[in-house]
Ligand binder design. Structure first.
Ligand SMILES: [Zn+2]
Length: 245
């Protein structure tokens, strides 16, 4: 289960910059050989169209760096295009050679309006045509509740949607029962919640995901940043999951 991590980031996250090659090396040191990756640089709100263009190119460069490092280490990466309304809203980006899936965070960018709906529809359509996964951040608020996207789960039965964090558990179990095209990940998913999902018979729907290196950002050691600290941080997440389950 732990050689594939479906939820990894690099790039700028608040005040910290996570160098893509370091993140990949830290994964490799912990036995991960395959990962879905996306750049949190996409969370920066650009002040102009030009800045959005600049950031978009920068994100592409980060992905290239991660891919180059992964290829040296013989790891397989699936870079996800982080779609954000009015910023990074070109689902056709996956037609190039860089991206093979999508990441959606309902709290990053304005998903409520027509632009958001249109982009989500475009992402699902492209994902369906190319058999690419969509990783969706979920939370306990109405705005990031997985129920918000239910109509897309129904309308795109051939698309694999992964509910990151599995929030909230009751809602996720309800949706798992209804839709076969839904998976969840373990990233920041409370261990009790994970067990509840297993008890409901959906253990096989759960992917190992960490949200690394956000785990480092949340840790007491976030003021230290080097490869040793990053690798150790991944190991803590891994060990605590193994210990509790
Ligand atoms: Zn994440």
């Amino acid at each position: 289960m732990f050689t594939f991590d479906c939820h990894v980031h690099f790039g700028q996250y608040n005040q910290i910059y996570y160098q893509p090659s370091w993140v990949i090396k830290a994964l490799h040191k912990n036995g991960v050989r395959r990962a879905w990756v996306s750049s949190t640089t996409a969370c920066i709100e650009p002040r102009s169209f030009d800045e959005a263009q600049y950031l978009s190119r920068h994100i592409d460069e980060e992905v290239k760096e991660a891919l180059a490092q992964a290829s040296k280490l013989k790891m397989s990466l699936v870079p996800l295009y982080w779609a954000v309304p009015e910023r990074y809203c070109d689902p056709n980006k996956v037609d190039g050679f860089l991206y093979s899936g999508f990441k959606i965070h309902p709290k990053v960018g304005e998903w409520g309006g027509i632009g958001g709906e249109k982009l989500f529809f475009g992402v699902c359509t492209r994902a369906s045509q190319r058999h690419y996964p969509i990783l969706i951040h979920t939370g306990v608020d109405a705005v990031d509740s997985p129920a918000r996207f239910e109509k897309y789960f129904a309308d795109f039965p051939d698309v694999m949607f992964v509910l990151a964090h599995c929030r909230n558990i009751g809602e996720v179990i309800r949706l798992f029962k209804k839709y076969k095209n839904l998976l969840g990940d373990t990233a920041f998913c409370p261990i009790e919640g994970y067990k509840e999902i297993c008890r409901a018979g959906f253990e096989s729907r759960m992917l190992w995901g960490t949200d690394f290196p956000i785990t480092h950002w949340c840790s007491r050691e976030s003021d230290k940043l080097n490869l040793t600290v990053l690798s150790a941080n991944y190991k803590v997440t891994l060990d605590s999951f193994k210990l509790n389950f």
